[in-house]
Design a protein around this ligand. Sequence first.
Ligand code: CUA
Length: 328
Amino acid sequence: MNGSQLPPLLPPSASTVSGELDLLFAYITAISVFFAVGIAVALAVLAVLYRRKPGDGPPPQIHGSTALELVWTVIPLLIVMSFFVWGTDLFFRMRTPPIEPLEIFVVGKQWMWKIQHQEGPREINELHIPVGQPIKLTMTSEDVIHSFSVPAFRVKQDVLPGRYTTMWFEATKTGTFHLFCTEYCGTEHAGMGGSIIVMEPNEYQVWLGGGGAGESLTDAGERLFGQLGCATCHGDQAGARGPSLTGVYNSEVSLAGGGSVTADESYLRESILEPATNIVAGYDAIMPTYRGQISEEGVLQLVAYIRSLGDPAAAGATGAAAAGEAGQ
Ligand code: CUA
């Protein structure tokens, strides 16, 4: 017996939700197997036991039993409701990031994962994170649909061109875990993977310090903001041709066509790439599109810079530590 040569039944369990998710999976599987086997065995046994024997006449007719109907309706209902309640509760916990997660940005493209940390380091097909800290990924794609999947954390989220999707997780073990693309995206889809490297927090800090260019995401955004001449229109002076960007992040913006929108990451991204779509009330549609001129990474940098200009709703709640270190 050499069990170690068999592939493991499940990937390693290394996040705050992986143990509970496995338990739920085992619970649903066990109940399903119990009823599937029970029904199949009962079917076979009863068919033999109550088969029509030589000399038997027609069997007596049965006209229903309310008690029986209730029992076999209520018991299965309670069982499937337990799947639903537990599954929904876990799903919402897996989808709702805790406050103050460590935010990291991901761009997928054929066929690689490009990662940007707020503090500056960038990496490809590797993601270094600290253990025991909630991580929130904001992700987009430069081309087709990809999917960011880390089996050891039991998380998976599609990464779409043209919009941001997010996911969060908290690693509970240090080590190296597989990263896969789990949406067929072309020839090299199968090779579009990498590693999640979970480190002790102090090791992670050391890695951040030596992990790449010193320019933070916010600084890179500020540089791009200057290069593109955004301040020409988006200055804070009265009568500027574009709206001021100070404090715009997460604020409620009135639109020219009526209604309003929350200026979150997605709205800021849209306003850079498709400025004519949702014009701020009181301004003309004079901003040119920057589609094709800035990469998705550039857009993420600009968004990080605009965020650093103030967040009225939650001053300093998200990524503030990182932005603060960057000297903004
Ligand atoms: Cu990217 Cu499959």
